[in-house]
Design a protein around this ligand. Structure first.
Ligand SMILES: NC(=O)c1ccc[n+]([C@@H]2O[C@H](COP(=O)([O-])OP(=O)(O)OC[C@H]3O[C@@H](n4cnc5c(N)ncnc54)[C@H](O)[C@@H]3O)[C@@H](O)[C@H]2O)c1
Length: 317
C-alpha cells in the first residue's frame, strides 16, 4: 500500500481523514501551509511537507518525496475568506488544484481525489439536485470548485489520471472552526459542550443539509477503494441528512439538557443558507460504489459531543 498525501491535511476534514486512514493501516503524509493542527503536531509516522499549493516547486517536492500513490486534495480556502478575496480563492483553489494534478501526472501518482462541495450548484437547480445538472454557483468558492472538478476530469481524459471527487454538503464535527454561513451547525453543539450560551442565527424551520465529518472521511476512503470499472462518473454527489435549526437544537438539548441555545434569526444569514441547494441526490454514489450513511443527526451530535469532551483542553486554551 502506498502513501496517501493529504493536502490541507491539518484542516478539519484532513485530520479526520488522517485518523481514519491510519486506523485502516494506511500510510499518510500531509502537505499544508501550516505546520500543525489546533489539536497538535502530526502523529509519529506521518510525514509533514509544509508548503503552499500555489507554489509549484513546493508541490512538486512534496509529491516526489512522499512517493504518494494517492493524493486527497483538501487544501483550499472556503467562505467567507474566498468571497473576501476572489483572487486568493482562484490561486489556491484553482491554480493549487492544477499544480496538484500536474505534479501527479509528472510523478505517476495513481489517484487524485478532490473534495468538492454542494456550493458548486446555484439556485437554478431542482430541489433534489441530480449528480449531473449544470453548475452555476453564485459564490467565488463554488466557481473555483467547479473549475477544480473540470480540471480533474480533463487530466483523467487527457493523461489517464485516476481522478475522482465528491461534492460534500456542509459538515459538522469536532475541529471545524470557520465562520461560513453553515457555521451554526457545529457551533450549536460545540458551545453546548463547552457550557457557553449560543444564539442560532437561522429560524427553527430553516433547513440545511448536513453530513457528519466521519461519514465524509468514510466516503472518501470508500471512493478511493471503489473498482474503476464500477465508476460511471468522476465526481459524485454525497448527501447526509436534512436538519432544521429546530431539529438540531432539540437533539443537542436531548444530549446536553443544560445547553443554553436560543434562536436569533438573522435574515441575511438565512438568505445565505437558503442560497445553498437543499438536498443532493446521491443515488449514483450509492449505486456505483456503495456510499451509505453511518451517522444520522442524533448519532452525529452524540459522537461530536464525546469527541469535544475528550479534547476540551484544546477549546479552552
Ligand atoms: N467544511 C465543510 O463543511 C466542507 C463542505 C464541503 C466541502 N469542503 C471541502 O473540504 C476541503 C477541506 O475543508 P475543511 O473544512 O477541512 O477546511 P479547513 O479550512 O479546516 O482546512 C483546509 C486546510 O487547507 C490548508 N490550506 C489553505 N490554503 C492552503 C494553501 N495555499 N496551501 C496548502 N494548504 C492550504 C489550511 O491550512 C487547512 O489546514 C476543502 O477543499 C473544502 O472545499 C468542506
Amino acid at each position: 500500500m502506498g502513501t496517501n498525501l493529504i493536502t490541507g491535511g491539518f484542516g478539519f476534514i484532513g485530520q479526520h481523514l488522517m485518523n481514519l486512514l491510519r486506523e485502516q493501516g494506511e500510510e499518510v503524509a500531509i502537505f499544508d501551509v501550516v505546520g500543525a493542527s489546533r489539536f497538535g503536531a502530526a502523529p509519529e509516522g506521518v510525514k509533514v511537507f509544509r508548503g503552499d499549493v500555489c507554489n509549484w516547486a513546493q508541490v512538486l517536492d512534496a509529491v516526489k518525496e512522499s512517493g504518494a500513490e494517492c493524493i486527497f486534495h483538501a487544501g483550499a480556502i472556503l467562505p467567507p475568506v474566498s468571497e473576501q478575496s476572489p483572487q486568493a480563492a482562484f490561486s489556491i483553489n484553482v491554480t493549487g488544484t492544477f499544480n496538484v494534478l500536474e505534479a501527479a501526472r509528472l510523478f505517476g501518482v495513481k489517484q487524485v481525489i478532490l473534495l468538492s462541495t454542494l456550493a458548486t450548484f446555484g439556485r437554478d437547480v431542482p430541489r433534489i439536485v441530480p449528480n449531473d445538472v449544470a453548475q452555476h454557483p453564485p459564490s467565488m468558492y463554488g466557481t473555483t470548485k467547479v473549475c477544480a472538478e473540470r480540471l480533474g476530469e480533463y487530466y483523467h481524459r487527457r493523461f489517464g489520471i485516476d481522478f475522482r471527487g465528491v461534492r460534500l454538503t456542509p459538515l459538522m464535527g469536532m475541529g471545524r472552526f470557520d465562520t461560513a454561513q453553515s457555521a451554526y451547525i457545529y457551533r450549536a453543539v460545540q458551545d453546548a459542550v463547552l457550557g457557553k450560551p449560543y444564539a442560532i442565527y437561522v429560524a427553527p424551520e430553516t433547513p440545511i443539509s448536513v453530513t457528519y465529518v466521519k461519514d465524509a472521511a468514510w466516503g472518501l476512503l470508500d471512493l478511493k477503494n471503489a473498482p474503476q470499472d464500477k465508476l460511471t462518473r468522476r465526481v459524485y454527489n454525497l448527501f447526509g441528512f436534512l436538519a432544521t435549526g429546530g431539529e438540531l437544537a432539540e437533539v443537542v438539548k436531548q444530549v446536553i439538557p443544560e445547553a443554553q441555545l436560543e434562536f436569533k434569526p438573522d435574515p441575511k444569514m438565512i438568505e445565505l443558507v437558503m442560497n445553498l441547494p437543499e438536498r443532493l441526490d446521491d443515488t449514483l454514489a450509492r449505486h456505483d460504489w456503495g456510499w451509505n450513511l453511518r451517522y444520522d443527526l442524533e448519532r452525529s451530535v452524540r459522537d461530536m459531543v464525546a469527541d469535544i469532551r475528550k479534547h476540551r483542553h484544546v477549546y479552552e486554551q
